[in-house]
Design a binder for this molecule. Structure first.
Ligand SMILES: [Zn+2]
Ligand SMILES: [Zn+2]
Ligand SMILES: [Zn+2]
Length: 278
């Protein structure tokens, strides 16, 4: 049996439809998009969740699970942590579930009474990781790597999930590519990490989605620029998909020209329920 990764949410932190949005993007949305997250079932059947969204009940339904065996957190922004409280006795009442976080995220948990309570009540057991640690799971491991992303609450880590045959990289949030790649080309960087599948920041298609002021406050690489970095998929390139889409992102329109452009270049848009065998 291999490791199976399931996409449990594809939206930016606010989800889609998004609270307060009166534009057409959030009118009569037929299929709700949940904040980005993935579920990992290892080869002994243990269930590892990456990021804790308030929509965990819906995400568990996509995953076809009702409990988890460990939880990994990328960073402290809203949609990645606003479901942490669901592990407490009011809801899931987990018992000593390992919670894997960076040291700055662990500090924040210790300082946040409602999260510290989960630790005190033994719903979770804090496990601090360092970049590059190989955290073992059945049939493979999970490797955190640090990524530049506005760090007002905590730092940010993506994860590489390594199985016996393939590795998947998960990077929902990023400020910009140059600060991460440090001179590497994006595809070369992924190859240097021996990554076969990458789910990367697709928050905004372009700068047209937000006002200039807002774009400065919440920097992300635009998908149309990332496509320039990637060019066309060549033999031996990893499979690359976009995730963490803002509610305004035209990539939600399956029949739109933007989706066609991504697909024509050989890449894909992550979908809820999509599975990868590693
Ligand atoms: Zn986010
Ligand atoms: Zn909207
Ligand atoms: Zn963020």
């Amino acid at each position: 049996m291999s490791i199976k990764v399931t996409v449990l949410g594809i939206a930016q932190d606010g989800g889609r439809p998004q609270l307060g949005c009166k534009k057409s993007c959030c009118h009569e949305v037929k299929h709700e998009a949940y904040p980005a997250g993935i579920g990992i079932i290892d080869n002994v059947g243990h269930r590892h969740l990456v990021d804790a969204s308030r929509t965990m009940v819906n995400q568990m339904e996509i995953w076809n699970q009702d409990m988890l065996d460990s939880l990994f957190i990328t960073h402290a922004h809203l949609g990645h942590v606003d479901g942490l409280g669901l592990l407490g006795k009011e809801v899931l009442a987990t018992n000593e579930v390992p919670l894997y976080v960076s040291s700055t995220m662990a500090d924040l948990i210790e300082k946040t009474p409602s999260w510290k309570f989960l630790v005190d009540e033994k719903n979770v057991v804090l496990n601090q990781f360092q970049e590059g640690d190989e955290i073992p799971i059945g049939g493979g491991c999970i490797v955190p790597f640090s990524a530049p992303h506005r760090s007002e609450l905590s730092d940010m880590h993506g994860f590489i999930i390594r199985g016996e045959n393939k590795s998947l990289l998960y990077l929902p949030d990023l400020d910009d590519w140059p600060s991460l790649l440090l001179g590497f080309e994006l595809k070369e960087w992924l190859k240097s990490l021996r990554v076969d599948i990458a789910l990367i920041d697709g928050t905004f298609w372009s700068g047209e989605e937000l006002s200039h002021r807002n774009l400065e406050q919440i920097p992300h690489p635009f998908v149309e620029d990332t496509l320039q970095l990637l060019g066309d998929k060549q033999d031996g390139d990893p499979d690359i998909g976009f995730i963490h889409l803002n509610h305004t992102n035209p990539l939600y329109d399956k029949h739109g020209k933007e989706v066609k452009q991504v697909n024509d270049n050989g890449w894909f848009i992550a979908q809820q329920g999509m599975n990868f065998e590693l």
